[in-house]
Design a protein around this ligand. Structure first.
Ligand SMILES: Cc1ncc(C[n+]2csc(CCOP(=O)(O)OP(=O)(O)O)c2C)c(N)n1
Length: 625
């Protein structure tokens, strides 16, 4: 029985509850999240870990006047439940339902959109500075995980905030986990801090007691803080956060609402930047997730009793990539793998198990991953980096400056390329072809199926220059292709000959091209289907010959149109001066794509086979044949 949750529709209701009721509320919220995510899929373990933290935050801070910026934003289900969206939880991550991440368009309580890691402290500091300039006295709070703290942007922001003399609060949600166990030197430091329970109590008590003394309270706090710092220096040689300008409070038990509220109240009266160190357990309250927090970081729908996925997981591109890379690395000891906190997601788990010295997990640090890979390549190794498409966005300069200008042989695998579905606009991998294709020295390929990915990887590690291989989330399509030619640099593959219409597609959209071709055949239109394989260098010869024959061409790609395959074919038509050609490009047209299933989103954007085949523009042109 959801006795308390039934009464809590918004933060005002929450603030009326006593501590016992809030504790009961926490249990009920956990149940709702478990029930929801077991059906919709989503980020389970991170949300179960922040139930008390979120309750305490909304109890003490006056949201939405005070702003909470959630780093990554995958842990905001509790926040959504408490801020008026409880009844929409069954629509979580579904098309037209509530998003899995904060969205300013969804609620005034979502004060900033997030999805990518390590941005919250910068944004919070910007907001706090704006408040200061405008004489507005509202609080700004960044909630950041220990994983997200490994990101360079977070470190840059801490550096700036520490010396800013600005009232900004950073809440470090430390659960010792990124998606997997957190990595890097910062984790050693945090584990030392975590054990210093003594200081929490001292800190909070000094402030609580002394601030109650009228007149001299503030003065005493300052002296006490100085003494406290002195003591701390004796026990913790380098009190890093205080040294760079923060007042450090903690560590606090992140599942004790009373303690959390107490430390948050204390923090409100402290001038300048404050860092509150909160220790939580990922997956808290659901034993199966507590024991497997990495598996339940992000999950598809599952059975609550057993924790088993509803649909058995089939092989996917990431796994095929990981297995093939391991096979190649066993034969060539110059091959090394690089991951930015995504060993499991990118299929490198087995590689790590079998060749632990030849894989580097650098944390949520895509810029560093690529810079470091450039160094490995410069000194004679063949680094293969696997990063999700949308996360390459933040390492663009490293691709240009560290890798491509020096023409270094780094293989950049772009996982989750194209539409990823329910994670929504921050995660859709639709920009990579456009932003990679304009960089000199780079080769860009995309496989139509698993077999072609393996062949492309074989080819990529032999090339002595930067290579991108992009492939989608999940498995290959249903189509069994009759052939899979060996991969030859810059060579496309003609899958079907025809005389009326040339269809050029790349990557997973090659299957779509075959479907379109079959549908059009029923209408008497004979298509030539070309698997481009390479976006760069494009096989202009094969494509031009086909266009000259059919005089009608369409391109299909799972990326933003400008700068992608369609743009390249249009350029080819113009440069080769092929007159009287009807051309239409199918892809995502100048748009950020929302959340929903991949199939729904493709249909919505006119990219399913039926929509393409029925596309009025094409049929009009073709009727002239
Ligand atoms: C730039 C970027 N790289 C990778 C990811 C994928 N990712 C999402 S959550 C996460 C781990 C976050 O760990 P932490 O901040 O500690 O939060 P927790 O889930 O443990 O609460 C990662 C790597 C991302 N969202 N953004």
């Amino acid at each position: 029985m959801e006795e308390v949750l039934n009464r809590v529709n918004n933060v005002k209701d929450l603030r009326k509850l006593n501590i016992k009721e809030k504790q009961k509320l926490a249990d009920e919220i956990r149940e709702l999240i478990l029930k929801t995510v077991s059906k919709t899929g989503g980020h389970l373990a991170s949300n179960l870990g922040v139930v008390e933290l979120t309750i305490a935050l909304h109890s003490v801070f006056k949201t939405p006047r005070d702003s909470i910026i959630w780093d990554v934003g995958h842990q905001t289900y509790v926040h959504k439940i408490l801020t008026g969206r409880k009844d929409k939880m069954d629509t979580l991550r579904q098309l037209n339902g509530i998003a899995g991440f904060p969205k300013t368009s969804e609620s005034e309580f979502d004060c900033f959109n997030t999805g990518h890691s390590s941005t919250s402290i910068s944004v919070a500091l910007g907001m706090a500075r704006a408040n200061k300039l405008a004489n507005i006295n509202n609080k700004v709070i960044a909630v950041i995980g220990d994983g997200a703290l490994t990101g360079g942007m977070a470190q840059e922001a801490l550096n700036d905030a520490g010396a800013s003399n600005t009232d900004v609060t950073v809440i470090l949600n430390d659960n010792e986990m990124s998606i997997s166990k957190n990595v890097g030197g910062m984790t050693y430091f945090l584990s030392k801090l975590r054990t210093k329970k003594f200081y929490t109590r001292t800190n909070a008590r000094i402030k609580m007691v002394t601030q109650k003394i009228p007149g001299v309270g503030k003065y005493i706090v300052r002296i006490a803080q100085k003494i406290k710092r002195g003591i701390k220096q004796v026990f913790i040689k380098k009190m890093y956060y205080e040294d760079i300008g923060f007042t450090y409070l903690g560590p606090v038990d992140g599942h004790d609402i009373e303690k959390l509220e107490s430390v948050f109240k204390t923090s409100k009266s402290i001038k300048g930047p404050v860092l509150i160190h909160v220790v939580t357990k990922k997956g808290k309250g659901y034993k199966i997730a507590e024991e497997n927090p990495d598996k339940f970081h992000s999950t598809s729908s599952f059975n609550i009793e057993t924790g088993k996925p509803v649909k058995e997981k089939k092989d996917d591109y990431a796994k095929v990539f990981g297995n093939k890379l391991l096979e190649l690395a066993k034969k060539d000891d110059k091959i090394v793998a690089v991951s930015a906190a995504m060993i499991d997601g990118t299929g490198l788990k087995e590689f790590k198990k079998q060749l632990p010295n030849r894989i580097f997990d650098v944390g949520i640090a895509e810029q560093h991953a690529l810079g470091m890979a450039a160094g490995l390549a410069k000194n004679g190794f063949k680094p293969v980096v696997s990063i999700y498409s949308s996360f390459y966005q933040r390492a663009y300069d490293q691709v240009i400056h560290d890798i491509c200008i020096q023409n270094l042989p780094v293989v950049m695998c772009v996982d989750r390329a194209g539409i990823v579905g329910n994670d929504g606009e921050t995660h859709q991998g639709i920009f990579d072809m456009a932003f990679f294709s304009i960089i000199p020295n780079i080769t860009i390929m995309a496989p139509k199926n698993f077999e072609e990915l393996e062949k492309m990887l074989e080819e990529a590690v032999l090339l002595n220059s930067p290579v991108v291989i992009r492939y989608p989330r999940g498995g290959e399509g249903e189509t069994k292709f009759e052939k899979c030619d060996n991969v030859e640099l810059g060579k496309a593959e003609i899958l079907k000959e025809g005389k009326d219409l040339t269809i050029v597609a790349i990557g997973k959209m090659v299957e779509r091209a075959m479907e379109v071709s079959n549908l059009l055949k029923e209408q008497g239109i004979d298509c030539e289907v070309i698997n481009a394989r390479f976006l760069k260098p494009l096989d202009t010869c094969t494509i031009e010959t086909s266009i000259r024959k059919t005089r009608n061409v369409i391109s299909i790609e799972d990326g933003i149109l400008r700068g992608g395959l369609g743009t390249s074919i249009n350029e080819l038509i113009n440069e080769s001066k092929i007159d009287g050609v009807h051309m239409k490009a199918y892809g995502y047209d100048d748009i950020f794509v929302q959340h929903g299933s991949v199939a729904e989103l493709e249909k919505l954007n006119g990219l399913d086979a039926k929509s393409i085949a029925l596309s009025i523009q094409i049929l009009e042109k073709l009727s002239e044949l």
